[in-house]
Design a protein around this ligand. Structure first.
Ligand code: ARG
Length: 592
């Protein structure tokens, strides 16, 4: 029998919760819906604990229960726990905590099983099948700034974690490719390049400068302004020449964005604002029929209880805006794409917009009230990127940061560091290039991801490229070192996985094993709360716990009689580290 459940065990925490669920049903049969509360405790009180006894006691105490206080409830929960090879021992402590010590044998066997069957078996189980992650989403002809870089990096990681958890993820680039500014850009394009179709990226050069120049023209010359306004109408009316000019401008921008995505190896599917444009009138009409849309100061708006400023869905001039597009896109994602979880990544500055727009969708009955049921829409906000001076990040004397330059600099600095370490003589040019890339881009990503996303973070090359401390460089090197230990053992790991035996005899081995086994619940937490830094913390701790094991003379790997088992433990650590890197969008390195 191989059902989905059998294939994926879920986390250790989840497996224990299932056992406690059984026990709770027996212990308090009159309280059928008690959720088991299980948490890792990683201390002298065991590995996990179940915290239900205290809360249960206050629920049942008046009702003639047979227990005499929370510790007795805990005792009963313990006694009713089904036998399981997972558990070595169980005891009640303090006011009624039921502590669980995992079986070392079971732990060792589970890790070895993961080595044989692959880490995908450790994927957490999530309650959604399809999710939209709306991320990156820069605006055509405008700068793709560091805010978009954060959106790209964090969004990609969230998408990767959900994909690993078997969720079908629609990676959406909701680019700003529609709106009145296009009239001005198109008119300017016609003026500058009468044969506009020949106006390639190289001819136009810097699209942002082009944008600025056209804006100047727009502000200075009323006749131009007039033409620009007509151009919008003709574009929106679908006139061929205008559509082609628009497509061309989009294409030039797209080529710029692509350079960033290529370097970061981020995959996105573009469905820009223009895509949803045809759906807007129908959506607004439906909302109007429901009585949600009102007239206010010439605009059409949706009011939300308790909020003074309404959501404007049709502007005074009859045009649609950011919010109308977002409503249509949400409608499309829910009804056409059947997404159950729609996740939006932008800086926290847009929080109000999303709050208002989600509330409007709830009023319309598109989303359930409350945030615990599906379908669900979530705004994942993040803080600013700051420069050394504590102000919004800018490079040198230019106004905006060219993201491509930023990434190139990270790579070239990593390359210099490799040359300095003497790798120039040792490695091929190709190895240097690919390692410099992995380290440089990995450093930029990790420096962003390791912070709680809501806080601002300071962009600092020296810090992120330091090979000590909580950096990608340190972690990538740590991984490479583990690989070299395995190589030096001269053992064929594939053979060991099947023929050797992993045991967790020493405390440091057991600690490492326990941390490895907690991988699934950490990914689950990072997904549920949309917090990549949780995974970064886990990865950093993993390398620290590994170091403690490896540097302990009692846990000697090569040449000890526990060599086989310890090489397997090294391999398991390397496998989990690599999965963390892969979820964080970082390419691992194998030697240093
Ligand atoms: N283009 C927007 C910006 O640069 C971000 C779009 C986010 N996605 C959305 N569905 N509103 O700020």
């Amino acid at each position: 029998m191989t059902t989905e459940q059998d294939e994926c065990m879920g986390s250790v925490k989840g497996q224990l919760a299932k056992l406690f669920e059984v026990s709770l049903k027996v212990t308090v049969p009159n309280e059928p819906d008690v959720e088991p509360l299980v948490a890792a405790c990683n201390g002298k009180f065991g590995d996990y604990q179940c915290n239900n006894a205290m809360g249960l006691w206050s629920k049942i105490k008046g009702k003639g229960a047979q227990f005499r206080g929370p510790p007795a409830v805990g005792e009963a929960i313990k006694n009713n726990l089904p036998t399981s090879e997972m558990i070595e021992s169980c005891f009640v402590a303090g006011p009624g905590f039921v502590n669980v010590v995992l079986s070392k044998n079971w732990m060792a066997k589970s890790i070895q099983k993961m080595l044989v069957e692959g880490i995908d078996k450790w994927a957490p189980l999530l309650p959604v099948k399809t999710a939209v992650v709306d991320f990156s989403s820069p605006n055509i002809a405008k700068e793709m700034h560091v805010g978009h870089l954060r959106s790209t990096i964090i969004g990609d990681t969230l998408a990767r974690m959900l994909e690993f958890s078997k969720v079908k993820v629609l990676r959406r680039n909701h680019v700003g490719d529609w709106g009145t500014q296009f009239g001005m850009l198109i008119e300017f394009l016609f003026e500058k390049f009468p044969n506009f179709e020949d106006a390639t990226e190289t001819a136009i050069g810097d699209l942002q400068a082009f944008y600025k120049a056209s804006k100047q023209r727009f502000d200075a010359d009323p006749a131009f302004k007039e033409r620009a306004q007509q151009a919008v109408v003709r574009l929106q009316g679908g006139e061929d020449k205008y559509r082609r000019a628009w497509a061309q401008i989009c294409e030039i921008s797209r080529n710029e964005f692509r350079k960033v995505y290529q370097r970061l190896r981020v995959h996105l599917e573009e469905k820009g604002e223009s895509f949803y444009n045809p759906y807007i009138p129908g959506v607004i009409e439906a909302l109007t029929k429901q009585g949600l849309v009102e007239e206010s100061k010439g605009a059409r708006v949706i009011f939300i209880e308790g909020i003074n400023i309404p959501l404007i869905v049709v502007k005074r001039d009859g045009g649609f805006n950011y919010a109308s597009t977002d409503l249509a896109a949400l409608w499309y994602r829910l009804n056409e794409e059947k997404a159950e979880w729609i996740i939006y990544l932008t800086d926290v500055g847009q929080q109000k917009h999303f709050d208002l727009f989600f509330k409007a969708a709830k009023r319309a009955g598109w989303l359930p009230h409350g945030d615990s049921s599906y379908p669900k829409a979530t705004h994942v906000g993040f803080g600013l990127v700051l420069g050394e001076d504590g102000k919004r990040f800018r490079t040198r004397n230019t106004e905006v940061v060219r993201l491509v330059d930023l990434l190139d600099e990270a790579k070239s600095r990593s390359k210099d560091a490799l040359i300095e370490r003497g790798k120039g003589e040792e490695w091929t040019e190709e190895e240097i290039e690919s390692t410099a890339e992995a380290v440089g881009y990995g450093a930029v990503k990790y420096a962003d991801l390791k912070n709680n996303r809501l806080t601002n973070y300071t962009f600092n090359f020296d810090q992120m490229l330091n090979d000590k401390g909580n950096t990608a460089v340190y972690l990538l090197y740590a991984h490479a070192r583990i690989c070299s230990i395995i190589r030096r053992s001269g053992k064929d790991v594939e053979e060991l996985k099947n023929k050797g035996t992993l045991v967790l005899g020493h405390k440091d081995e057991r600690d490492l094993g326990l941390h490895l086994l907690q991988f699934a619940e950490v990914v689950e937490e990072a997904c549920t709360n949309l917090l990549p830094n949780v995974l970064c913390d886990y990865l950093y701790n993993l390398s620290e716990i590994f170091s403690k094991f490896y540097s302990n003379p009692e846990c000697k790997v090569i040449g000890s009689d526990m060599e086989t088992s310890r090489v397997l433990l090294c391999e398991a650590t390397a496998v989990v580290m690599r999965k963390c890197f892969s979820l964080l969008g970082i390419t691992p390195i194998y030697k240093i």
